[in-house]
Design a protein around this ligand. Structure first.
Ligand code: WT7
Length: 653
C-alpha cells in the first residue's frame, strides 16, 4: 500500500487545486445535503445543468412498492436541445467529437454547430418518414457520427431510440424490434473492424423476416459495399437528408421530464433481455452531473470513453453526459489491437487525451502484449484514468496505474449498471486516496446499504451481503418496457422498499465499497452482461441437445468466460464438429459477444429433489474448485457430480 499511498497524496494535492470537490470534507458536506434535503439539492442541480421550457411542479414523488418513480414532475425540456442548441451561442465552433476511424487514415472533427445541423436535418428526415413523438426507433450502427446524430434526432422529435450494439445477431435485433414495437430501423451497409468491412445490413435483412411491422429502414453508406435497397421500404441516409423541401431546422419537441428518452436492452437472470427505460429529465441530469464530477471535467479537457455507444456507458458518457456539459470527446470506430496493440496510446497521443475511461478487460488484453506498445507514445497528457464494467483485479490495476498513469493518475473505478443510468459508487478525483479494486464511495444522492439474507443491514465492516439502494436517484430506470411487473419483481421485491442491484458487496472500515460480483445467474463477459438462461435457450434450440446448463468461470482476459454443460439426446454422439456447431448456434442466436469458451459433454446435471439445477456446484466444477463444492446432501443423485468432475475440461490450458 505505501508505494501507492505516496502517489495518491501527490495526485490528491495536485487535483485539489482545481477539482470541483476539494477534499473529503467538501464531499461529505454535499453528500449529506443530498440525502437530507434531496428536494433542494436536486432542484439546484436541475437548474444548473439543464435548460427547461417549464420548471417542475414537484422534485420527487415515488413509491418503491409499486416501483413508481417520478422526478421533476410537470417539468418540460428536450434532451437534444440541452445537448446542442444551448451551446450554439458560445460553443458552435468547439469540437464535440474527434472521430477516429478504424483506418488510421480516416479521422474527422465535428463541432457542436456541425452536429446541430446534422441532427436537425436528420430529425426532419425522420418526421418526413412519419416518425412521431413516442414512436420507437431501432438503431443498429457502427461507431460513426450518424449514430449520435440518429439518437439526438430521435430525442429532438420525441421518438424513443433503442440502440442495438453492432455485435448482436439478427435474432437479437428481431427480438428487440418486436418487443418495443419499432416501425423504423436505422442501420449501415457495414462497419470496419481491424481493416475489414463487417456486414450489418445483412443482419437487419435477416431480422426483418420476423418483423412485419417495420415500414422504414434507413441505411448509411459507410463501407461502399454496393448493396441494393428495397424500394419503398429502404432508403439511403444521404439521399433522405438531401430531399428537396426538408426543413434545415426542427423545433425540439417539449417533452415531459418523465417521458422516455430511450430503451436499452440488458440481460437478466431469467428469460429474454429487458428493455430498460430512461427519461428526458432525470436521466439527462444524472448523466450530466456524474460526468462533470466523476471525471472532474474542465474546459479544455479531451475526454475519451472507449465503450461502444451501443452500451449504457456510451449513452451516458460519450453522448448525453458529455454533450450536456459541452465537452470535447474522442469517438473511436475501431479496436485496441488494430493496426497494432498501441492503437489506444497512439490516439491518446494524437488528441492529447487527458481523461481516459475504459474497461478492465481492455486493460488486461493490452497488458498481455507488453509495455513496448505503451512506450512508443507520449502519454503525458493523461491526468485521470477510469474503469467500468467489472471488478478490476490488482495486476490490471497496477499495470494501468503504473504504465499508463505514470504512477500518478488516479484510477477511478466506477460501479454502476444499465439500470442506474450513471455512476453510483465511485471515487471522486481530489477527494480521498483510492484503493486498488474498490469503487470507493457513493455519488451524491445515492444511499447504498449492504443487507444480509434476512434483509437487515450487515453489522460489521467487511461483512458481505447484497448491495441495495434505499432511495431513488434521478438517473434510475423507470420501468421495463411493456412489462412493469417484471420491473417490480426484478428490482423491488428482493428487499422491499429498496432497489436491488443483483451484486454482492462489502464495505470496509474506512467506508470504501468493494463489489464482489453478481449473485444472480448473470455472467459478466468482458464487462458485458449475459444471462445464463438466454445462453441455455440458445443451446437447446439445437436439435441434438436435450439439456444445457451454463455458468461463468474465471477468465484471464474476459473476467468471466462461458462454460456450458451439455446433455445430448439419446443416440447422439459428442464430437468436435458438434461442439463447433453449438458455439456457432449461440453466436447466431445472441451475437459474437456470446462466444462459448468451453463445452463439457454431460450425462446428467446436479439437481435438487425438486428438479432445480444446482449451479453453485457447476460453478465450482467449472472453476476447478473441487474442494469447495460445499453441501451436496440435497442433490438427488450424487454420482452425477463424480462423473462431471471426471469429464471436466481443464480451462487453464
Ligand atoms: C454490472 C452491470 C455500467 C456500465 C457497464 C456495465 C458489474 C459494473 C463495475 C465495477 C465491479 C462492476 C456489476 C453490475 N460492474 N461496473 N466498477 N466494479 N463490477 O453495465 O451491463 O448493466 O452491468 O456490471 O456486476 O451489476 P451492465
Amino acid at each position: 500500500m505505501t508505494e501507492f499511498k505516496k502517489a495518491y497524496d501527490a495526485h490528491l494535492e495536485e487535483f485539489q487545486k482545481n477539482a470541483h470537490i476539494k477534499g473529503m470534507e467538501a464531499y461529505q458536506r454535499l453528500y449529506r445535503e443530498s440525502l437530507e434535503s434531496p428536494d433542494t439539492f436536486w432542484a439546484r442541480q436541475a437548474d444548473h445543468y439543464l435548460t427547461w421550457y417549464k420548471k417542475w411542479d414537484t422534485v420527487l414523488d415515488y413509491d418503491f412498492s409499486e416501483a413508481r418513480i417520478q422526478w421533476f414532475g410537470g417539468g418540460r425540456l428536450n434532451a437534444s436541445f440541452n445537448c446542442l442548441d444551448r451551446h450554439l451561442e458560445t460553443r458552435e465552433e468547439a469540437v464535440a467529437y474527434y472521430w477516429e476511424g478504424d483506418d488510421t487514415a480516416r479521422a474527422q472533427a465535428y463541432t457542436y454547430g456541425e452536429l446541430y445541423r446534422r441532427v436537425n436535418r436528420f430529425a426532419a428526415a425522420l418526421r418526413h418518414k412519419g416518425v412521431k413523438k413516442g414512436d420507437r426507433v431501432i438503431i443498429y450502427l457502427p461507431m460513426i457520427i450518424e449514430l449520435p446524430v440518429a439518437m439526438l434526432a430521435c430525442a429532438r422529435i420525441g421518438a424513443v431510440h433503442s440502440v442495438v450494439f453492432g455485435g448482436f445477431s439478427a435474432e437479437a435485433i428481431a427480438n428487440r424490434i418486436n418487443d418495443c414495437g419499432a416501425k423504423v430501423v436505422i442501420t449501415a451497409d457495414g462497419g470496419f473492424r481491424s481493416g475489414k468491412p463487417v456486414a450489418l445490413k445483412k443482419n437487419v435483412d435477416e431480422a426483418l423476416k420476423k418483423c412485419p411491422a417495420v415500414k422504414t429502414v434507413i441505411v448509411v453508406n459507410h463501407v461502399d459495399s454496393g448493396i441494393f435497397l428495397t424500394p419503398g421500404l429502404e432508403h439511403w441516409w444521404h439521399e433522405l437528408i438531401a430531399l428537396p423541401g426538408l426543413a434545415d431546422e426542427v423545433e425540439p419537441e417539449p417533452m415531459d421530464a418523465e417521458d422516455p428518452l430511450f430503451i436499452l436492452y440488458t440481460s437478466g437472470s431469467t428469460g429474454k433481455p429487458k428493455g430498460v427505460v430512461h427519461t428526458h429529465g432525470g436521466y439527462l441530469l444524472y448523466a450530466a452531473m456524474t460526468m462533470e464530477y466523476v471525471f472532474d471535467l474542465h474546459p479544455g479537457d479531451i475526454f475519451w470513453c472507449t465503450a461502444d455507444i451501443g452500451w449504457i456507458t456510451g449513452h451516458s458518457y460519450i453522448l448525453y453526459g458529455a454533450l450536456v456539459n459541452g465537452a470535447t470527446s474522442v469517438m473511436f470506430e475501431g479496436v485496441p489491437s488494430y493496426p497494432d496493440f498501441d492503437r489506444f496510446w497512439a490516439i491518446v497521443e494524437k488528441y492529447r487525451v487527458n481523461k481516459f475511461y475504459t474497461a478492465p478487460t481492455a486493460i488486461r488484453s493490452l497488458a498481455r502484449e507488453g509495455e513496448a506498445h505503451v512506450k512508443k507514445h507520449d502519454l503525458s497528457s493523461l491526468m485521470l484514468l477510469g474503469t467500468v464494467g467489472e471488478p478490476i483485479n490488482p495486476e490490471a490495476w497496477r499495470w494501468y496505474h503504473h504504465h499508463i498513469g505514470r504512477d500518478w493518475c488516479p484510477v477511478i473505478d466506477t460501479w454502476w449498471q444499465t439500470e442506474t443510468g450513471g455512476h453510483m459508487l465511485t471515487p471522486l478525483p481530489g477527494v480521498a486516496p483510492v484503493k486498488p479494486g474498490s469503487c470507493a464511495f457513493p455519488f451524491f444522492g445515492i444511499d447504498p446499504v449492504i443487507i444480509d439474507d434476512a434483509g437487515e443491514p450487515v453489522k460489521h465492516p467487511d461483512e458481505e451481503g447484497l448491495l441495495c439502494i434505499r432511495k431513488p436517484w434521478p438517473g434510475m430506470a423507470r420501468t421495463v418496457f411493456g412489462d412493469h411487473e417484471r420491473f417490480i419483481s426484478t428490482y423491488f421485491s428482493q428487499a422491499p422498499g429498496m432497489y436491488f442491484t443483483g451484486d454482492a458487496a462489502r464495505k470496509d472500515e474506512d467506508g470504501y465499497f468493494w463489489i464482489i460480483g453478481r449473485i444472480d445467474d448473470v455472467i459478466n463477459v468482458s464487462g458485458h452482461r449475459l444471462g445464463t438462461a438466454e445462453l441455455e435457450s440458445a443451446l437447446v434450440l439445437h436439435p441434438h441437445v436435450a439439456e444445457a446448463a451454463v455458468v461463468g468461470f474465471p477468465h484471464a482476459i474476459k473476467g468471466q468466460g462461458i462454460y456450458a454443460f451439455v446433455i445430448l439426446k439419446t443416440g447422439r454422439e459428442p464430437s468436435d464438429a458438434l461442439k463447433k456447431e453449438l458455439v456457432a448456434q449461440v453466436r447466431r442466436e445472441i451475437g459474437p459477444i456470446a462466444t462459448i469458451d468451453v463445452v463439457q459433454w454431460a450425462e446428467g446435471l446436479p439437481k435438487t429433489r425438486s428438479g432445480k439445477i444446482m449451479r453453485r456446484i457447476l460453478k465450482k466444477i467449472a472453476a476447478n474448485k473441487l474442494d469447495e463444492l460445499g453441501d451436496t446432501s440435497t442433490i438427488a443423485d450424487e454420482s452425477v457430480i463424480e462423473k462431471l468432475i471426471k469429464d471436466k475440461v481443464d480451462v487453464s490450458k
